[in-house]
Design a protein around this ligand. Structure first.
Ligand code: KG4
Ligand code: ZN
Length: 342
């Protein structure tokens, strides 16, 4: 593919609670990036309600795609391919994006590419950086946590993953227990800013020597036990102490992530770590990674590309498009797609 050719891919993402569409040129130049967040709709329930998410995606998908094209100054004719998240995620939510993308591909006669949500998160870093292969990736979101050796744009190996709660899930559940609301990650990080990370030594699950897996469910139980004990003693935690607990719990999550990622890089001889997924937005995680891996190049996407967006989906499809890969209209939503398929 000649370098003077511009390939514009329309990305569509509807795997959870964001309806997103973006136009990305040549896998890295973001021409538009539109995200319709459903946070306000799910907030009263303290988490994402799948049925409501699907209905919201249905209402938002057409205007969001239209806005993405308008903001990019691009017509349907100028689009070279349509990329859509095929999974993993909420089945009803995924189905809206996949059905829309298939119908559009048929209507405007353009190629279709189904994208693994996780390859999207990983591709997000290429929107702003150019890491050289191979590198180590720490993928941390609300549904997965894992360490992956990324050998090329089509080859990778999962080293370890969460055995129970994902890192973002731990943030969300602990934030909920502390009364900090939804979405829990940013709320807990904000509360932690006013707290002391050394206030309480919550447990860290290091697991066996040489294991690159994670486990966060014990930490969640420890926080719940602490809060319940205090309630039973007739002395429930007040606002200032909640901030200390938030800081201590955040430290227990991000310390394990940072220490294990830096140790894996050292053991396996990688000098670059790419951090991706919603939890990569966490400033304390970023600081600790820099502390733990002072000799490593540590790259993460900007905040807006850490959490769910469609620019990352379009970026992930670019190399596959260039290799001539295409999906047909048999493409279907795959809510249980494995952690990493490459
Ligand atoms: O990647 P993402 O948007 O969706 C999934 O693919 O799951 O990640 C969402 C997760 C949520 O669990 C959210 O609480 C967490 O990322 N998150 C954060 C922060 N921002 C989002 N966790 C910690 N600190 C943050 N600043
Ligand atoms: Zn995600």
């Amino acid at each position: 593919m000649g370098s003077n050719i511009s390939i514009n891919i329309l990305g569509i993402e509807t795997s959870c609670d964001e309806t997103a569409a973006a136009v990305v040129c040549n896998g890295c130049l973001v021409r538009s990036n539109i995200i319709a967040s459903q946070i306000a709709v799910h907030q009263p329930y303290g988490g994402v309600v799948p049925e409501i998410a699907s209905r919201q995606h249905l209402e938002a998908i057409i205007p969001v795609v239209e806005q993405a094209l308008a903001a990019a100054g691009c017509s349907f004719e100028e689009i070279d391919a349509i990329a859509v998240t095929e999974g993993p995620g909420l089945v009803g939510a995924l189905l809206v994006g996949v059905s829309y993308a298939k119908a559009l591909a048929l209507a405007i006669n353009k190629p279709l590419l189904g994208v693994h949500h996780w390859q999207g998160h990983l591709a997000a870093v290429f929107l702003e950086h150019s890491p050289e292969y191979p590198f180590l990736a720490l993928l941390v979101s609300g549904s997965h946590s894992g360490l992956v050796e990324v050998k090329s744009d089509s080859s990778s190996r999962l080293l370890g993953q969460s055995l129970d709660d994902a890192a973002g899930e731990a943030f969300d559940k602990i934030a909920r227990a502390l009364g900090l609301g939804y979405p829990g990650g940013p709320a807990l990080e904000q509360a932690a800013e006013g707290g002391n990370k050394d206030y309480y030594a919550f447990p860290r699950a290091w697991l066996s020597e040489g294991s690159w897996d994670f486990s966060f469910s014990g930490l969640k139980s420890a926080v719940l036990n602490y809060l319940n004990r205090r309630k039973m003693l007739g002395n429930p935690c007040q606002k200032e102490e909640i901030c200390h607990l938030a800081a201590s719990a955040q430290e227990a999550i991000v310390e394990v992530l940072a220490v294990k990622a830096a140790a894996a890089a050292k053991t396996l001889g990688y000098n670059t770590i790419v951090v991706a997924g919603g939890v990569a937005a966490n400033q304390r995680l970023r600081r600790l990674l820099l502390e733990r891996g002072p000799d490593l190049a540590i790259l993460w996407p900007s905040q807006i590309y850490c959490t769910d967006n469609a620019a990352m989906i379009a970026a992930a499809a670019y190399s596959r498009f260039c290799r001539g890969e295409r999906d047909d209209l048999g493409l279907n939503a795959n809510p249980r797609l494995g952690f990493y398929k490459a």
